[in-house]
Ligand binder design. Sequence first.
Ligand SMILES: Cc1cc2nc3c(=O)[nH]c(=O)nc-3n(C[C@H](O)[C@H](O)[C@H](O)COP(=O)(O)OP(=O)(O)OC[C@H]3O[C@@H](n4cnc5c(N)ncnc54)[C@H](O)[C@@H]3O)c2cc1C
Ligand code: SF4
Length: 482
Amino acid sequence: MANQRMLGFVHTAQRMPDKRPATERRQDFAEIYARFTDERANEQANRCSQCGVPFCQVHCPVSNNIPDWLKLTAEGRLEEAYEVSQATNNFPEICGRICPQDRLCEGNCVIEQSSHGAVTIGSVEKYINDTAWDQGWVKPRTPSRELGLSVGVIGAGPAGLAAAEELRAKGYEVHVYDRYDRMGGLLVYGIPGFKLEKTVVERRVKLLADAGVVFHPNFEVGRDAAMADLRRKHVAVLVATGVYKARDIQAPGCGLGNIVPALEYLTTSNKVSLSDTVEAFENGSLNAAGKNVVVLGGGDTAMDCVRTAIRQGAKSVKCLYRRDRKNMPGSQREVAHAEEEGVEFIWQAAPEGFNGDTVVTGVRAVRIHLGVADATGRQTPQVIEGSEFTVDADLVIKALGFEPEDLPSMFGEADLKVTRWGTLLIDHRTKMTNLEGVFAAGDIVRGASLVVWAIRDGRDAAEGIHAYAQAKAAVPVAVAAE
Ligand SMILES: Cc1cc2nc3c(=O)[nH]c(=O)nc-3n(C[C@H](O)[C@H](O)[C@H](O)COP(=O)(O)OP(=O)(O)OC[C@H]3O[C@@H](n4cnc5c(N)ncnc54)[C@H](O)[C@@H]3O)c2cc1C
Ligand code: SF4
């Protein structure tokens, strides 16, 4: 396979890995795509045009060296491809599965721009790194020397885990505190298994533990310890707590039973998939089986809810979104998957109220006209007079977005500065908050975002912490290299 000429896009069409039929997918929570065969990965990687200025890399938040690992894959040099791939990304097989590639690397592939269909970058990234796991190439990054300094990380989502891995490799003693019983944040309790199987996250967490990262599950900062305690214990503390306050809807009937927040619904479903017994699922309140389900919202969370409800055996699943298909925030690929699986989208429709005595029986909605664009360039939704209609519903799931919790009061640190959105204010050069030695990364800084951005932030914060800790401890930087 050596010395492939690349530029294969001129004679080879874009092909995704095989996708399981929708009828089969509806029955379980397993991932929907198979892995590329060696031949298909080689053929698809070979389509890359090896651009001088690779826009895929420019638009990848972790600046993956995509053209190089595509070329190495096309040449059958997979272990080298793996080395290049993991050099910039702590969880490449996770990004390969769940990045919205159509908005990032693949959306900016030059071949896509010239209508040939992008190189299937995400699927090749997944293929390279799943192969690396199978072959035993993925090893814990234990440090060559201990620095004798410890760092506390609050939150075991992708931002906290990426920072923990980087800091441990540099020689820090790293303690990760999380209020959940399992590590992974939204990777484990938000994102459903049909996008990301949980074993993929578990093996990463184990790898970090094998490298010496110390995990403290069921440990909520603000309840089990104050921030001040952690600041005393560690040379630096990283806040990577994500955003968990669900946006709500105020409308007549919004207090009825069976109107539930998206994350409660998805977390329950994920716990059940992990064989936990959850009372709210057992008693049916967070179980869509046999129900008419209406999901409110048009983002990735809404897509995960509709597709979860299908798998739980809902009678019908409808998604109500106030804008049209091309203006929805969720990935177009996910919408297509949902439609294949039997979800009905009601575009340009907004809820006005809920029917029912004690529990919801229907959603009252109105049709929306998209008017002229506002200052942000988005068309303003306007209610169409006299367009009221009702959708039957036994379960309504609110997927309207997330906001930060009130961290200054949760942490007992009234001086901790936040932005007007409640996200933590940091110095973007150092990643430090206004509190000495307290850093922040991921959704708690950006607002609800993406896994790959959380990884990037975690890596950057690790660099900021390292520079800070070295200066403080006056340990020569050279000894800290991996
Ligand atoms: C349903 C859903 C689907 C998504 N799908 C995708 C997708 O397909 N692709 C994609 O790229 N992104 C997706 N996202 C977004 C992505 O999951 C987040 O951007 C990412 O997980 C943010 O990482 P984080 O580390 O900042 O926070 P999180 O992953 O939220 O992790 C934060 C951790 O901090 C812990 N924590 C919070 N407060 C405390 C405290 N006081 N003490 C101790 N621990 C605490 C939490 O328990 C949690 O484990 C999705 C989000 C949701 C909600
Ligand atoms: S990390 Fe995400 S954006 Fe970057 S190459 Fe992989 S799939 Fe594309």
